[in-house]
Write a protein that binds this ligand. Structure first.
Ligand code: ZN
Length: 240
């Protein structure tokens, strides 16, 4: 059976998965990362992954000793099926089904299945993902019920006892910043602010108080709102 002190983090280089990576490094003896190349419109996300990994290793020596390899899986075939505003030049809007046009059908389900297959081969018993149902963008596969159901299916189908950890599931974006502060102090807040990338348009030109991005796509909106909410609360040091 896979080891429960060995985690594989689904890591996109965004704000949420960067905090998840720090959370895992604080908790597990060995931590590897996996990223998915599904034909995102912008390469900037894949670059941010490497920058964040390197910065975490340089600035947090305890975590550097635990940080293992990075894996990038080619998911372009999946991206071709699931064409959305994330992978094609389409507008950010709400579709007739009430889902955002950035929704990639089944993305988290497919990513978790691939991550579990990789975890099996690597001997990692814990999968860590940044899914969040609090400030979520209307994606049904970010909900706890969907993730828990898939965890059962993966364990039954792979004969495993994986644990799927989603430390951000119940947190607001403001509370995610507070978690970053608790894990790594101002140094981690600064690192996530400066180096993580969330913007759907892949823009890193303008530096806002909440980090880089176009400032008006849905992802920038969430990030800006979360930062404002946290700073309005006086940047509390602890998650309740
Ligand atoms: Zn943006």
């Amino acid at each position: 059976m896979a080891a429960h002190d060995h985690a594989l983090v689904l890591f996109s280089g965004g704000q949420d998965s960067s905090v998840c990576l720090a959370w895992a490094l604080e908790r597990y003896a060995r931590v590897e990362t996996v990223g998915f190349d599904y034909g995102q419109r912008h390469a900037v996300e894949m670059t941010a992954r490497q920058v964040v990994r390197r910065a975490l290793g340089e600035r947090f020596p305890t975590w550097a000793a635990r940080l293992g390899g990075d894996h990038v899986l080619d998911m372009r075939g999946f991206g071709a099926i699931a064409e959305t505003a994330m992978t094609a030049e389409r507008a950010f809007e709400v579709t007739a089904r009430g889902l955002p046009s950035t929704f990639v059908p089944g993305r988290n389900l497919v990513f978790l299945a691939y991550a579990a297959a990789l975890a099996d081969r690597r001997g990692a018993g814990v999968l860590v993902g940044g899914m969040c149902e609090t400030d979520f963008s209307g994606y049904p596969d970010c909900r706890r019920v969907a993730i828990e159901a898939q965890g059962k299916a993966l364990n039954l189908g792979m004969g495993q006892d994986f644990r799927i950890e989603t430390p951000l599931m119940a947190l607001t974006k403001a509370e995610t910043w507070a978690l970053a502060k608790r894990l790594g102090g101002e140094a981690l807040v600064e690192l996530v602010l400066e180096e993580s990338h969330t913007c759907y348009r892949g823009e890193r030109g303008a530096r806002h108080v909440w980090g880089y991005g176009c400032g008006d796509c849905p992802a920038c909106g969430l990030r800006a709102h979360g930062w404002a909410a946290w700073t309005d609360q006086g940047r509390p040091a602890l998650v309740p």
